[in-house]
Design a protein around this ligand. Structure first.
Ligand code: DX5
Length: 239
């Protein structure tokens, strides 16, 4: 079993490689890793569950084996058949495999299968899926992902309506005393990161607000500082 970071009151800003330079993903990621980033998100899209295509398992193994060393990679599977692709990305070296609840007929079976493969397991929900649909699985999950945009493309606007879902998950995870990350993904920047962290998110995936900036490292650090301050203020670091 991989030794993955557990929620510790420190908010992680997780760069989304979908916004990186596809001709130079390693080159884009390395300065962030050098600056202390230890977690990146690999968006996997099949053109069916979402109307876009992105990243295969070979990118994960390339980054794991000769790209960026110690960085943890989470494979966010926006695919209609996570039962097939989950194990493939686990074998490719993904540290977490995050699948969509809307695409999985038997989440418990897939969680079990992925656990056996030694990866961290997350379930993602699209904007229309209620937070409580994740509650029955939380104790078996390392991560719950609330999409704050309709999945498929970077550069979209953050959906503030998702904040209540984040808070509901934060209350439930704290109530159960779980060490489960609350991750959000989509439209994260220094402003929306404050809203999300105040609501209880502690892992924020950011694409354009990092990679499309003149200085991605300082852009990420700015988001991280803002999010951390907001998280500490609202959650008095219960972890
Ligand atoms: C979209 C992806 C997101 C996206 C985030 O479905 O899952 O990770 O790349 O990009 P921004 O941060 O630009 O919204």
């Amino acid at each position: 079993m991989k030794k993955l970071p557990l929620p510790d009151g420190r908010v992680r800003i997780v760069p989304s490689l979908l916004a990186a330079d596809f001709a130079n993903v390693r080159g884009d990621l390395q300065p962030l890793v050098k600056a202390g980033v230890s977690w990146a998100s690999v968006d996997v899209m099949d053109g069916h569950f979402v109307p876009n295509l992105a990243f295969g398992p070979d990118l994960v193994s390339a980054l794991k084996h000769n790209g960026t060393g110690k960085v943890f990679l989470d494979a966010h599977l926006m695919v209609s058949n996570p039962d097939v692709y989950g194990p493939i990305f686990a074998a490719a070296g993904a540290d977490w495999v995050v699948f969509h609840l809307e695409a999985c007929r038997s989440p418990r079976a897939l969680i079990k299968k992925l656990r056996k493969l030694g990866v961290g397991v997350g379930i993602a929900i699209k904007p229309k899926t209620p937070a409580k649909s994740l509650f029955p699985y939380l104790k078996d999950l390392d991560l719950a992902l609330v999409m704050t945009i309709e999945p498929g493309f970077g550069g979209q606007k953050f959906m503030p309506k998702m904040l209540s879902k984040i808070s509901a998950l934060r209350v439930e995870i704290d109530r159960q005393g779980l060490k489960t990350w609350i991750q959000i993904d989509g439209g994260v920047n220094a402003e929306t990161a404050v809203l999300a962290a105040s609501a209880g998110a502690d892992s924020l995936v950011a694409g354009s607000a990092v990679f499309k900036q003149r200085n991605p490292v300082s852009a990420l650090k700015k988001i991280e500082r803002a999010a951390q301050k907001a998280f500490m203020k609202s959650h008095l670091v219960k972890v």
